[in-house]
Design a protein around this ligand. Structure first.
Ligand SMILES: N[C@@H]1[C@@H](O)[C@H](O)[C@@H](COP(=O)(O)O)O[C@@H]1O
Length: 235
């Protein structure tokens, strides 16, 4: 696991952009994408660039159960707004929050991932160390699953909804096992409220209590953080 500390979010996002650009120049065809505020500056750089994504496939990490892609709080809507409407990909997969056969959606999404092996997976991190929606206690080798969100995650995401009761209680998430199969992983974290999660991820034991700590076992995981998120690291 490589950790790089930057003065600010913009510089870290630029570094992430360069890694994606180089990977594409070296043949990467599938990007694993994330939602949340952390990747937004990177998506702005991607849309402002002259990079062509029309031969690229994207596979997103997660989606709220019960929200349609038209709902402005769904992750499909987020991705359309921040990236796909401006830079269309050849194909873009996001779990289907309205899957009619809800029991089958995880298996269906695992097939999508299997058929489109991820070259570069982008991650944010929750304050409790979750990646995608793999909350603490998720199996470190699992596939796509339906997740009951923790109160900490519901609270953190409530700011995006009119009131807390509107925050979905369940999500579909790519599993940690699938994330770990990506050739390269970039995790972005900014701000002091991520400092504890980053310390546990980088310096703590590999444990399902801190899902992101499993990245210590990945051959090519790069953690890009600003000074605030790095502030609790011992060196
Ligand atoms: N499912 C998403 C995660 O993929 C994301 O990493 C996390 C942090 O979001 P932010 O980047 O806004 O801090 O939020 C949500 O829980």
């Amino acid at each position: 696991m490589q950790v790089r500390v930057f003065d600010n979010k913009d510089e870290a996002s630029q570094a992430a952009f360069e890694i994606i650009k180089d990977s594409m120049a070296n043949g990467a065809k599938v990007l694993g994408l994330a939602t949340g505020s952390s990747p937004v500056a990177l998506y702005d750089k991607m849309t402002a660039s002259d990079l062509d994504f029309s031969n690229m496939t994207s596979v997103n990490l997660d989606e709220y159960v019960g929200l349609s892609g038209d709902n402005d709080q769904s992750y499909r809507y987020f991705m359309n707004q921040h990236l796909f409407n401006k830079k269309p990909f050849k194909e873009s997969f996001v779990p289907n929050g309205l899957a009619t056969d809800a029991d089958n959606e995880p298996a269906h999404y695992d097939k999508v991932i299997e058929e489109h092996p991820i070259d570069v997976q982008l991650l944010g991190i929750g304050r409790n160390g979750h990646i995608g929606f793999n909350e603490p206690g998720s199996p470190l080798d699992g596939g796509t699953h339906k997740v009951a969100l923790t109160q900490s995650t519901i609270d953190a995401n409530a700011r995006f909804f009119a009131n807390e009761n509107d925050v979905p209680r369940f999500a579909y998430s790519m599993g940690i096992g699938s994330i770990m199969k990506s050739k390269k992983i970039i995790l972005l974290a900014f701000g002091e409220n991520k400092a504890d999660a980053i310390k546990a991820t980088v310096e703590g034991p590999v444990t399902d209590h801190v899902p992101a700590s499993v990245l210590q076992n990945h051959k090519d995981a790069i953690i890009l953080v600003d000074k605030a998120a790095a502030s609790k690291l011992s060196k």
